[in-house]
Design a protein around this ligand. Structure first.
Ligand SMILES: [Zn+2]
Length: 334
């Protein structure tokens, strides 16, 4: 049964990838990942950085079954196959690896990110394929084991969308057409460290404290404005500093200037790249923004993470992605 495949397979060792160097330009990327075999080889090099090891018997040689995206152990009498895409966001996808790689590359290197419309044009795929690719990649952006924020953290609340004419500032929250958001940003001197953003149901103490506990290391100093929703932080084990309006950081009148800036950038990005997003999918767009923000110094790591390498995260099927049923949803009051 395997014979037809084996005839076209070649016996080889994993060539160590060139330090998994990141292609610096689009042209370089095209050359590096020109075809399915090159992409498959990259996946193999990520999986076995020290060379192939059969997970069953430890043998170090394999047949490459490029068309099946698998490697088969070459030990005499054994035929154990390892899928190159298992445990990654690409698993069981019929889309060519080259398309996946392109999408991941554009998503990690372009600061603005890409829309499905742009990807459709650039990769010559259907809109549906482009949309699904991007959403599957976005779902690979939250590593289950990611480390919590620490040190000094700014936390602030905001909202997006639901613009109601004639209402200003927090009056926009009347009738709650907007989506509520919470953001936390590490303060490293006057610079911004890692960030987290979540869609939340309300600004209550319970919600704010739960967000902090899920995202911020206990004992961390948390700076916020004086909103009462933050009052549970001390009891939850944080050093809470509710600040008055005033100069916390030189040259800034904001209580939480870094959180403000991060939220401003995020809102601009949502508007500029997507011209607004649906409320159901908002959380994955926040995840995308945070993902790129947290890896802005290391696009190579971002590229690898995005292809699901080492995250062990199973890809979400279309039915779930389309309805966003794997995301937390909060009732919107009319
Ligand atoms: Zn084996």
């Amino acid at each position: 049964m395997l014979i037809p495949l084996l005839q076209q397979a070649t016996r080889c060792r994993v060539r160590p990838w060139d330090g998994l160097a990141s292609p610096k330009t689009l042209r370089e990327f095209q050359r590096t990942f020109a075809d399915e075999a090159a992409c498959a080889h990259y996946l193999a090099a990520c999986r076995w950085p020290d060379g192939f090891r059969c997970p069953r018997c430890g043998h170090d040689r394999a047949y490459v079954l490029t068309s099946a995206r698998r490697w088969q152990c070459a030990a005499p009498g054994r035929r154990y196959q390892t899928s190159l895409t298992s445990g990654t966001v690409l698993h069981r996808s019929k889309t060519p690896l080259t398309t996946w790689f392109w999408a991941a590359y554009l998503m990690t290197t372009d600061k603005r990110g890409v829309s499905a419309l742009l990807l459709q044009r650039q990769l010559d795929v259907s809109y549906k394929t482009a949309w699904l690719l991007l959403h599957k990649l976005r779902r690979a952006m939250v590593a289950p084991e990611r480390k919590k924020l620490r040190g000094v953290v700014e936390m602030d609340e905001t909202w997006v969308g639901g613009l109601q004419t004639g209402l200003r500032g927090s009056r926009q929250l009347r009738g709650r057409k907007a989506a509520l958001l919470i953001v936390a940003v590490e303060r490293r001197g006057t610079a911004t460290g890692r960030a987290r953003m979540d869609v939340i149901p309300d600004f209550t103490q319970k919600t704010m404290t739960a967000f902090a506990c899920a995202n911020i290391e206990p004992g961390t100093t948390i700076i916020t404005d004086k909103m009462t929703g933050f009052n549970g932080l001390t009891a939850a084990g944080y050093v809470h500093q509710p600040a008055k309006q005033g100069k916390i950081i030189e040259d800034s009148d904001h209580v939480v200037p870094l959180a403000d800036r991060a939220m401003g950038n995020m809102k601009q990005w949502l508007l500029g790249t997507f011209h607004g997003v649906s409320r159901e999918q908002l959380q994955v767009y926040l995840d995308e923004f945070v993902f790129r923000h947290n890896r802005r110094g290391n696009p190579q790591a971002a590229f690898q993470t995005l292809l699901g390498l080492g995250t062990g995260r199973a890809p979400a099927p279309l039915s779930i992605v389309r309805g966003a049923s794997d995301l937390p949803q909060f009732p919107i009051r009319p």
